[in-house]
Design a protein around this ligand. Structure first.
Ligand SMILES: *Cc1c(COP(=O)(O)O)cnc(C)c1O
Length: 393
């Protein structure tokens, strides 16, 4: 069947790439040794510190988020060492599997799949580690597989309350530049992110912001490494910052992305995400008034501002709904992944997004629920529209 018009992406990543970024990237190769590229690339890496809210360096890799995870482990944790990884869902699970494959011992926790990490449990686990074998706590800020926002500052306080020297390393791959993460102010030692989510760029780059303590640990330890070693990314020339040929077009895209974020202002970007997320939650709440749809996250204030994960206790098949939306109605939502396969529909609402895009997506989901007889209360789009009207600035 031939379809016209645009396709819409409401995945929790990759996200919409603004035309401005696409156009900025549409250019021939330049000599990366020349002054123009070097100045531009250096400026991006330096200005990324504003996005990470850190005074420390930000290193760039031609990799996806999984590559950034390996950067963290290789630079900081040697085979045979121990880390603590709260079980938040699919992404903490995959990071745990990677650590195990690299010979790192991982202490898991109870599952926090429908609620935020319990800081008291973290404190207890660290207090029990009297010999300080645990080198780091590795956590995901927004666990994209569940839609739960985990409280980074609370985990920091738990580490401090235990009097434990473990580093705090945060995966903000999904949510950097969507929600607040004042890295230095919250005492976070390292943050990782990737290009294709809040930064609105194509997939293919990863970023690692490194605090002073993490730099110190890396200088004296970590695993045998070379390509992922961030110390290899220092130097005078752009060739060194990427340990080889820079991803030239991606860097022009990043320049445009940073310009767009700073033009809007980070607080305004966070506020826009919060507002569009709340509109989504109003719609879901209305559809589920008699329990036909429920939020995966049971704690209302922890429902994330970048993705809303929904369950269907009525027995409706979220994957059938998702496929209908994508293949018949031109809107791509996320499905359940990892432990949640077949159980969830995930509505992504992050990146380059405005009211009509969101209302279109919510309206489309309502069309699909009607067409496929999924039990729900009508008026979800109306509830979202009312909230957007009430909060229009
Ligand atoms: C998307 C995502 C990842 C993985 O990123 P890739 O670029 O797909 O490797 C890791 N963690 C979180 C929280 C994510 O949302």
């Amino acid at each position: 069947m031939l379809r016209r018009g645009r396709d819409f992406i409401h995945l929790p990543g990759p996200t919409n790439i603004p035309d401005r970024i696409l156009q900025a990237m549409h250019r021939p190769v330049v000599d990366f040794a020349g002054a123009e590229f070097s100045k531009m690339a250096r400026g991006c890496l330096d200005e990324l510190r504003r996005v990470f809210q850190t005074a420390g360096p930000v290193y760039a890799y031609s990799a996806n988020g999984h590559g950034a995870w390996e950067v963290v482990l290789d630079n900081l944790i040697a085979p045979g060492e121990h880390v603590l990884m709260p079980d938040t869902g699919r992404f903490s699970e995959s990071w745990t599997e990677m650590a195990a494959a690299l010979g790192v011992h991982v202490t898991k926790t109870d599952a926090y799949h429908d609620r935020p990490i319990d800081p008291a449990a973290i404190e207890a686990l660290l207090s029990a580690d009297a010999g300080h074998a645990i080198k780091a706590v590795l956590m995901v800020q927004v666990e994209t597989s569940t839609g739960v926002t985990h409280d980074v500052a609370a985990v920091r306080r738990a580490i401090d309350a235990a009097g434990h020297p473990a580093l705090l390393l945060v995966d903000a791959i999904a949510c950097l530049a969507c929600i607040d993460l004042p890295m230095d102010a919250w005492g976070v030692d390292l943050v990782v992110a990737a290009s294709q989510k809040g930064l609105m760029m194509p997939p293919g780059m990863a970023f690692v912001a490194v605090g002073a303590r993490a730099q110190q640990v890396a200088a004296n330890g970590g695993a045998p490494r070379r390509y992922w070693d961030w110390r290899m990314r220092e130097g005078e020339e752009s060739y060194y910052w990427f340990y080889g040929t820079p991803p030239i077009q991606m860097m022009y895209g990043l320049r445009e992305s940073l310009d767009m974020l700073f033009e809007e202002g980070l607080p305004q970007v966070f506020r826009r995400h919060e507002r569009l997320a709340e509109a989504t939650r109003r719609a879901v709440a209305r559809w589920g008034e008699a329990g036909e749809l429920v939020f995966q996250c049971q704690v209302p204030e922890a429902r994330s501002n970048i993705v809303t994960a929904v369950r269907f206790p009525s027995g409706a098949d979220p994957d059938a709904l998702r496929v209908m939306c994508r293949d018949r109605l031109s809107v791509a939502f996320g499905g359940g992944i990892g432990p949640f396969v077949g159980q969830l529909l995930r509505i992504g609402h992050l990146g380059d997004l405005n009211e009509p895009m969101l209302l279109g997506a919510l309206g489309t989901l309502e069309v699909a629920m009607r067409a496929s007889g999924v039990p729900h209360k009508g008026g979800g789009v109306d509830a979202a529209a009312q909230y957007l009207a009430d909060t229009l600035e």
